[in-house]
Design a protein around this ligand. Sequence first.
Ligand SMILES: [Zn+2]
Length: 310
Amino acid sequence: MSAPNPASSTNTEEAKKNSTDLSASLQELRQLSNQVYLTGGRGLAGDQDTSKDHTWLQDLQAQFGSVNSTIKDIEDATAQFQAQTNVLMIGNVDTDPQIESFQLYSDLAKNHRWFEKVNEYAVGASAFLGQNLLKRSYCNFKSRRKPLSTCHIAQPDHLTKMISGINKMFNDMKVTVSRPGGSMLNAVVEVHLDRILKTVIIFKGLMIEWVVVKGWKEDLLKPDGQVDIWGESRYQVFQRITENANAAMIHFLSPAYPELAVRSFMTYLHSFNSLFSDKCKQCNCHLQNNLPPTWREFRTLEPYHEDCRV
Ligand SMILES: [Zn+2]
């Protein structure tokens, strides 16, 4: 706590004195006014003795004079009064004669002390956090906050550009994009991975919504020329990979970083280029139940059989 300031202490004393003087003058004015009303109200009718009339008038004039001089005193005291401290004003609350307000002063004083403490701690915390060069999130969370994701309503050019980038990532994987019916929102992406598999990926903006994996010799189109997005492969191995690829799609989904999600998914898909030569990391065999390792661990992309995965 800071040391008391002598100047401010003197000012406080002076303000207190002014306040006391003012209160005393106001009480005096009340009493004098009452006397004026009483004397005026009594009037001449109450006095049988006419010789006293003189006295009554003089009394009334003298009382008016006193009232006038008290009003002048109050005006002077008001001019000198410095209402610079709210504590004094609050201190006058306990002079309120209402019973309900008796507790008010102690409550106000308690709250005042509480707010002073809060202010003191806030100043201390602010100084401490201001020195923190790491700029943690609670210091500048506004600037770190990412804008709301709009990846599901991205412009078509954005996806086309992203797909051409992915085409350069792997030599043995060819990715093409088409927009049935000229849709601005949805796109069909076909992935041809060497002589291993074909995939249809449905995009909404930059987000993957659906994946179907088939053998490299299987047809991705229906007899009417439409892309067959609901038909599954006739081979069990690609049915399993379709299930696992949809799980991977959900795993990599990231509305905040849609491009990273798509790149991660494409890298995952490319890991099946050695599908028929991989050995399971767990049992070290090529086949289990006549199937190759169709599961890829999402982080390392290591191959596992369905029943061998950890
Ligand atoms: Zn295995």
